[in-house]
Design a protein around this ligand. Structure first.
Ligand SMILES: [Zn+2]
Length: 547
């Protein structure tokens, strides 16, 4: 498993900045090294039920051994008022519960600055299930609560045939995401350029939005979620299901970062990129390199945590806000938020050669115009005919990114294609025409491909590379397959799941896998015409699950 630093490096670097660590908030985990401090978002866990008999009011809810259950007709538990030591801007409700099939446990909450004047009760939305975090809780999306100090929650139990959900603990994590220090008005940006395609995108890098990199490390200086890299074949669109009426997008991003990295114990934010209502694009998941001055911003193919079982090989972009709210800032395919979504999607599609529409189509009129390909999930199951540009709800049971965004994905695919093609004639793509997708170790696999949309260009040759990895059932860490002697390390000096691209004149390649895993051929055309040579826009790829 590759590491950019050895443990020994980490410990030495941590020791060198010991005083800075001591000065950080007690609530800040981990040790910072060679990083700007970032802006700390304090958080406080207000725990309820748990060890003590809960105070609050119950209707048809009973407590036994510290566990709340409802009577057979269902019930409601309304908590006591929980009070935070300091005002908070966001609240993340999470709970430990067992919810049998066909029963339901729903939460609402309200907040108050003074314990007297209360907001209306508002339902919370579950965004993370117990098996998606080492905490083992259900996590709701963050709720915006500027100036609040008090919170109260209400749990509604729905039963089925006498079975009731059982609730052991509720924690209201109050996050205070402070504004950036006075005087730093407009956020600085970085322009990231992809060396191969020459395409650029302007982004607010982690240090520019104030990411406190200490959140990524344990108290002992161990990186909680080491970066791994799998080439993106899909782009998945999300909304954050947080408030729409924000004026400081960076503070919202910092709150989500704190919630994902620290409260959920993921060790980083789950999205690859975030887009706000002002058209700002924020770098999400940390990528290659640790030194703030030289690290890679928006690393290609870095595995994030946005779409369960689909994270290895997809880019997750989140629209900041709640698309189902009446004040959703992106009701149509125009405006700064839309433009930023398109900019990021074009950049990511370009450097990963992701095709949004089927060959021969320049806009999406009907569903059959949408480019799809079977996607091999990290748990070895398949998402059949997964759309290359899709919404979160197409791959997991969630309402994310909300219908208003789902309704715009057709326009997004067209916009990505147009952004890639521009005014030119270059569309050339490749389609790998294999049908089988499961094979055995030592079985010879044949991959062949056809040209698409040459549009006046002629193929000079092709470029291909193999991607190979497997994920042990007991670990989140991908093990890269070396694919024999042809495998080369990346420019970053550490093993990567795919080789450097190699030229070939052939239209067929064979591979005999010597170990079980996920094997993908990536191939693209280098074309000549119109007075020059260029790389085709869209790669072909095909994945085998080798057992
Ligand atoms: Zn989502």
């Amino acid at each position: 498993m590759p590491r950019l630093f050895t443990r020994r490096d980490l410990l030495e670097r941590s020791a060198a900045v010991g005083s800075a660590v001591a000065a950080a908030s007690l609530l800040t985990p981990g040790a910072a090294f060679a990083q700007p401090a970032g802006i700390d978002s304090r958080s406080e866990d207000l725990e309820d039920i748990g060890n003590t008999c809960p105070l609050g009011s119950a209707r048809d809810v009973t407590i036994q051994g510290g566990v709340l259950r409802s009577t057979s007709r269902g019930g409601v538990f309304t908590s006591r008022v929980l009070r935070s030591a300091t005002p908070f801007t966001h609240l993340g409700l999470h709970w430990s519960a067992v919810v049998p099939d066909s029963t339901d446990l729903r939460f609402e909450l309200r907040t108050s600055p003074d314990g007297v004047a209360w907001s209306a009760w508002a339902a919370v939305r579950v965004e993370t299930l117990p098996h998606e975090s080492s905490v083992g809780d259900f996590f709701a999306s963050l709720v915006s609560t500027p100036g609040a100090r008090f919170v109260q929650y209400r749990a509604t139990f729905s039963t089925d045939a006498g079975a009731s959900p059982s609730l052991r603990r509720v924690t209201a994590t109050a996050i205070d995401s402070r504004p950036a220090p006075v005087g730093s008005s407009a956020l600085a940006t970085r322009t990231v350029t992809d060396a191969l395609t020459g395409r650029s995108v302007t982004v607010i890098a982690r240090q520019q939005w104030g990411a406190n990199e200490a959140y990524r490390f344990s108290r002992k200086g161990k990186e909680i979620w080491p970066e791994q890299f799998v080439p993106f074949k899909k782009i998945v669109v999300h909304h954050t299901a947080t408030a729409n009426n924000y004026t400081d997008g960076a503070a919202e991003v910092r709150a989500i970062y704190r919630y994902h990295a620290v409260t959920k114990r993921w060790g980083d934010i789950g999205y690859n990129a975030i887009v706000d209502n002002g058209g700002n694009l924020y770098e999400g998941r940390h990528g290659r390199g640790e030194d703030a001055a030289t690290r890679e911003v928006l690393s290609a193919g870095v595995v994030a945590g946005h779409d369960l079982s689909h994270n290895y090989g997809s880019a997750g972009v989140a629209l900041l806000g709640d698309a189902t709210g009446l004040d959703w800032p992106m009701p149509s395919n125009s405006g700064p938020m839309w433009d930023a979504l398109v900019r990021y999607s074009v950049f990511e599609s370009a450097r990963h050669f992701v095709r949004p529409l089927v060959a021969g189509k320049d806009s999406q009129a009907v569903d059959s115009d949408i480019a799809v390909a079977d996607f091999l999930r990290s748990d070895d199951a398949w998402s059949d005919a997964m759309r290359n540009v899709s919404g979160h709800q197409e791959t997991n049971a969630t309402t994310c990114p909300g219908q208003p965004v789902m309704a715009l994905l057709d326009e997004l695919r067209t916009a990505i294609h147009n952004g890639l093609v521009g005014a030119g004639t270059l569309k050339a793509g490749v389609q790998v025409g294999s049908i089988a997708r499961v094979a055995n170790v030592n079985q010879s696999l044949t991959f062949s491909w056809i040209d698409q949309d040459l549009n006046g260009w002629a193929v000079d040759h092709y470029e291909y590379c193999w991607e190979g990895w497997f994920k042990p059932a007991t670990s989140d860490d991908v093990q890269y397959l070396t694919l024999g002697s042809g495998y080369e390390a990346s420019d970053w000096g550490s093993a990567q799941p795919r080789q450097r691209w190699q030229p070939t004149a052939a239209k067929t390649l064979m591979l005999t896998p010597l170990a079980a895993g996920h094997y993908t051929l990536h191939v693209r055309a280098v074309v000549t015409g119109f007075g020059g040579t260029a790389r085709g826009l869209y790669e072909g790829n095909h994945t085998y699950l080798v057992k």
